[in-house]
Write a protein that binds this ligand. Structure first.
Ligand code: CO
Length: 236
């Protein structure tokens, strides 16, 4: 899983470097598909419940599962979440980043910084003996202390020889509640944070989740192993 995690990171680093005004999200998709092949892995999302692409690219008020398209052209001030999964020798890796296109408004910059920081709070809580509620609470507390909100309808997940395994890993919760974390578990922790209210809706393409209030949304994700020596990030 360290190897599949490293490949996901290499793909995201490569694609991040291509983000610029005038670039469309299908350009990012094509670059990612080529990179995954070069690195000897297989995409994890393409064909999963008939999802058509290797990336999810979600712009501005889109939360997750945006489908790459030539019609979606990035412009300065946008934010784009890039989510990628791969499988190598049967083991999955899954990670996401949200990237500003050139310069974004200061409050949007703060949304990105808080969302990424909340992911690291969640990772810190991914320890043997803790529960998934400890992870969710850690994420939620930082997000809400900064006046933003966590999405309820989409959650993180266990990951291993399947993309989605038990347990579900919500970005909200109560300390001490939920499944207990054991040595060797791997969690995909993925806060989805809305600038405004937490509500979501699904577009007619049946994939793209957007904020109900139209506010911007950010998304960062890492796969994290629970070990004797504490949390180990596999997608770094
Ligand atoms: Co995931």
């Amino acid at each position: 899983m360290r190897q599949s995690g490293r490949i996901v990171r290499q793909v995201l680093d490569h694609v991040r470097g291509l983000v610029a005004p005038g670039v469309n999200t299908m350009d990012l998709e094509r670059a990612a598909e080529k990179k995954i092949e070069e690195l000897g892995a297989k995409p994890a999302f393409k064909g999963y419940y008939d999802y058509p692409c290797v990336l999810c690219t979600s712009i501005n008020q889109e939360i997750v599962h945006g489908i790459p398209s030539e019609k979606r052209v990035l412009k300065a001030g946008d934010i784009v979440s890039i989510d990628c999964g791969v499988v190598l020798d049967g083991y999955y890796g899954d990670a996401a980043i949200t990237v500003p296109v050139v310069e974004v408004a200061p409050e949007v910059q703060k949304l990105l910084a808080v969302t990424e920081a909340s992911l690291y709070r969640g990772i810190e809580a991914a320890r043997m003996g803790n529960t998934v509620g400890d992870v969710g609470a850690a994420v939620q507390e930082l997000v809400e202390a900064n006046g933003f909100s966590v999405v309820r309808e989409f959650v993180g997940h266990g990951i291993g020889t399947k993309l989605h395994e038990e347990p579900q890993v919500p970005n909200f919760g109560t300390r001490g509640h939920g499944a207990r974390l054991r040595e060797g578990m791997v969690l995909a922790i993925e806060p989805m944070v809305n600038f405004g209210k937490p509500g979501t809706k699904l577009l007619s393409d049946k994939w793209t989740a957007v904020t109900e209030d139209g506010s911007y949304s950010a998304h960062f994700e890492h796969c994290v192993a629970v070990t004797k020596n504490g949390p180990l990030i596999l997608t770094e």
